[in-house]
Design a protein around this ligand. Sequence first.
Ligand SMILES: [Fe+2]
Length: 339
Amino acid sequence: MANAWQILEQNTLALTLVPIQIRELFFLDKAACDIYNQESGQYTLLLKKNSFVNKNVLKELITNHQTLLFVKENERRYIKEAQQENLREITRSLSMGDGLENGRKQMGLLTVNLGYLYEDPNDEGTLNLQYQSLRNLCSFLLHNQDLWRRLYTDYLKQKHHYVLSQPMIAAFFLLGIIKNTHALNEKDIETLFITSYLKDIGMSSIPIEKFNQEDLTEHEKQILAGHARQSVRILKGRVPLGPAYLQIIANHHMFSHLGMEKYQKPQEDDDDQLGETVLGFETMMVSVTDIVAAMISKRPYRSEKKVRESLELIKLLIADQYPQEFKCIVIYFKNLFAV
Ligand SMILES: [Fe+2]
């Protein structure tokens, strides 16, 4: 039976602890602060500050679906700072040493840090770190095509929340397909890769946990429907993406009205005054890679579709207007999934 001291201690912890996802501890060598877990309603110290992060312990917790951990509210920033430094470090040394390990770490840390950006999309440091890290990752991927399949499967094994992993998967697919089409030079591929990755930042207006449920409130649905424009508002003037690329973001759901009309009319320039004309090919590629990435990924409320099914949909959407590009898409996925 708990004594008075234990009850008091538990009450104090309940007031000071905030939840973190277990994936925030990925790639850390040591605990940046005390880490707690909760069992049978009781908080227990799992990892003491500076203790070695035991990967087997984390693995076991994930296997047991105990992915919610806790830290003291005033100490959470230590984890964020450690993971941002971690990302800076791997970004600097991406091309040195074990390519597969570096790429896997870079993709994972970008995703963990994307979570921090979703929490505070106005944080300049976090946004700039994403941008610089994405540039390096793009260059790394373009020059390490032999690692694509392993990097993709290893990334899936990290099991990030789908809201955070979807941008990486969609941008990863986009890079691979565009490279194979030989339609763009490296600089343009890089800009499009970053455009694809950052296109959903407007979804940060809804807390990530809300995306675990299929039924959002009407207000949340409205925010979701307007996330592309919100992404533009968040990014405009803060990252070096020109008006044409912001237009791509604004129109990245160009196929959303499938069934009603084949191509949704691109959104007109409005108060944002984005200027230049929408780039048809680039917007189409950003859009279809996003569709495939979403379809073949599991959601809490639905199972994943087969790659073949997603390609059948893409065929309907683009094969008439972009037959060569559609062939490239099919070849890319056949190679990636070895089917
Ligand atoms: Fe989107």
